[in-house]
Design a protein around this ligand. Structure first.
Ligand code: HEC
Length: 260
């Protein structure tokens, strides 16, 4: 075999190494150009981007508003009792069938009340939660309200006749949609939890007008019970609380005692 064949053969073999070397080099070099797409994928189809002008619609918007009166899946709020607290145009006095009246519900209501409502209405419902106290301080400032603060006293939920006579459905409605200067919590607190809070507010009211005759016959009522209910606000609770030892544990002590 002539030597030239061996020589050409070797050159060709060396040439075979070129493509992998070029690929390796390109892959490891940053490049701001788009990769070459031999087969175009869906990202490259012609389309209008969200904020782009769209000549197809009279208002020129690409993003379309929802069709008027369209109802999203799972969002038909037709049950007036469950969603508005109303039965036959009257405030409901009972929980809707979806929420059971039991200790669990009241516990849940207490927990949610203390998270969402107590800041203004107080832990015991007296209307003097920590936010209310602070706002009143700012408003009562002798040189005029600090930073122009405007505040309406949060209602006393347990002693104010305006509230205590209200059926549970009305409380639920207030929590859901708000009232006058109080904002609604419908978008923050799920429906069942709002009912649990309404039920708990009723229990809170009842607990503060308890009479000795409320306890079963034969049970001794402790002497020296305060004639008027003690209305502890979070600030009193904090001020009177024993010092909490600093701990690295993230466990809430109230949780350990089963209070949450
Ligand atoms: C940011 C403070 C604030 C929070 C939080 C708050 N409220 Fe209120 N609430 C008020 C104020 C202020 C009023 C009085 C509004 C007025 O008279 O204009 C009020 C009024 C009320 C009333 C009286 C309604 C009536 O018919 O007059 C009820 C009942 C009530 N709140 C329940 C709740 C419940 C339950 C929660 C928790 C889900 C809650 N509030 C959370 C500030 C608050």
């Amino acid at each position: 075999m002539p030597r030239i064949f061996i020589f050409v053969g070797l050159i060709l073999l060396l040439c075979l190494l070129l493509p992998p070397a070029v690929i390796a080099r390109v892959r490891s070099t940053p490049n701001s150009n788009l990769p070459i797409h031999i087969i175009q994928d869906m990202a490259f189809q012609s389309k209008y981007k969200t904020q782009a002008v769209n000549p197809m619609f009279a208002d020129g918007n690409t993003m379309r508003p929802p069709v008027i009166n369209a109802v999203a899946r799972g969002e038909t709020y037709l049950d007036a009792h469950l969603y508005d607290g109303v039965i036959d145009s009257q405030w409901a006095n009972v929980l809707p069938s979806q929420v059971a009246m039991n200790f669990e519900t009241l516990r849940r209501g207490q927990e949610r009340y203390e998270i969402y409502c107590s800041v203004c209405h107080g832990i015991s419902g007296g209307g003097n939660g920590i936010v209310n106290q602070r706002a009143m301080e700012l408003v009562a400032n002798t040189n005029g309200p600090v930073n122009g603060t405007v505040w309406v006293q949060a209602k006393n939920l347990v002693h104010d006749e305006l509230v205590t006579v209200q059926p549970m459905g009305q409380l639920f409605n207030t929590i859901t949609y708000g009232i006058r200067n109080m904002a609604g919590y419908g978008s923050q607190i799920p429906t069942e939890d709002r009912w649990a809070i309404a039920a708990y507010v009723k229990a809170l009211q009842r607990s503060q007008i308890a009479q000795p005759s409320d306890v079963p016959a034969g049970t001794k009522v402790a002497d020296g019970a305060p004639a008027t209910p003690v209305d502890l606000s979070p600030r009193d609770v904090v001020n009177n609380a024993p010092a909490i030892p600093v701990s690295t544990s993230v466990t809430n002590p109230a949780n350990a005692e089963g209070k949450l």
